[in-house]
Write a protein that binds this ligand. Structure first.
Ligand SMILES: [Zn+2]
Length: 223
């Protein structure tokens, strides 16, 4: 299964992707995590990306594409992947489709996650991330057992610099601007399932699994 998880920052798609990844044994490829790994390792791409991330700006296409396409064409992803945070715009989506096309593959399904702006701000402003393994927590909705300590690896948690209400609003504006045509593109070129994320995590979860296990359009047409 080659899946794309689309949606604004803070909609909760990373948590859901992580979960499906574990249950269905499909690699979870988060462009954000890949970028942060490069930033921390101070690679050439990482250093360039850092300046953008700290200002709450999007990292330029060429850098993101290099990192993500590099990853999904490795042995690790040969049976599929869940892309989270990528593609972010039409040009990235086209490069992704071209790359898969050359390999005789395609995106099987696109999950489009939506939520209202006030819910997104609440979720992001309380978000805490593990410094070493990248696990996500939430002050209110998903607190770690020990304050600011990762349940999984025991490392310290931190709040991203761009997770403050002012930067979040700006990120959402940029997101909407860039993804409108992306959503249209996937509506026309792929199978798109919209998942409303205003409810609680377990409700959202059920919706995703239902979609995940439903037949694809291609399969239905073959019958
Ligand atoms: Zn951790």
């Amino acid at each position: 299964m080659r899946l794309v998880f689309l949606g604004p920052p803070g909609v909760g798609k990373g948590t859901q992707a992580e979960d499906i990844s574990l249950k269905e044994d499909i690699p979870h490829i988060s462009s954000g995590n890949l970028l942060r790994e490069d930033v921390e390792a101070k690679t050439e791409i990482g250093l360039k990306a850092k300046a953008y991330i700290e200002k709450g700006l999007l990292v330029p296409d060429e850098l993101v594409v290099k990192i993500v396409v590099g990853k999904i064409t490795t042995e690790y992803c040969k049976n599929g992947f869940i892309l989270d945070g990528f593609p972010r715009n039409l040009s990235q989506a086209k490069i992704l489709d071209e790359t898969l096309n050359e390999l005789g593959e395609k995106i099987d399904k696109v999950f489009y996650f939506t939520a209202t702006e006030d819910i997104i701000i609440k979720r992001l402003a309380g978000r805490r991330i593990c410094k070493s393994c990248g696990a996500n927590y939430h002050e209110t909705f998903m607190p770690p057992a020990k304050i600011m300590v990762c349940d999984k690896c025991g490392s310290e948690l931190y709040q991203r610099k761009d997770d403050n209400p002012k930067t979040i609003s700006e990120r959402l504006r940029v997101y909407r601007e860039q993804t409108e045509e992306l959503i249209d593109y996937y509506k026309n070129n792929s199978e798109l399932a919209e998942i409303n994320c205003n409810g609680n995590i377990s409700e959202i979860h059920k919706k995703i699994f239902k979609e995940f296990h439903s037949q694809s359009r291609d399969e239905r047409e073959m019958e």
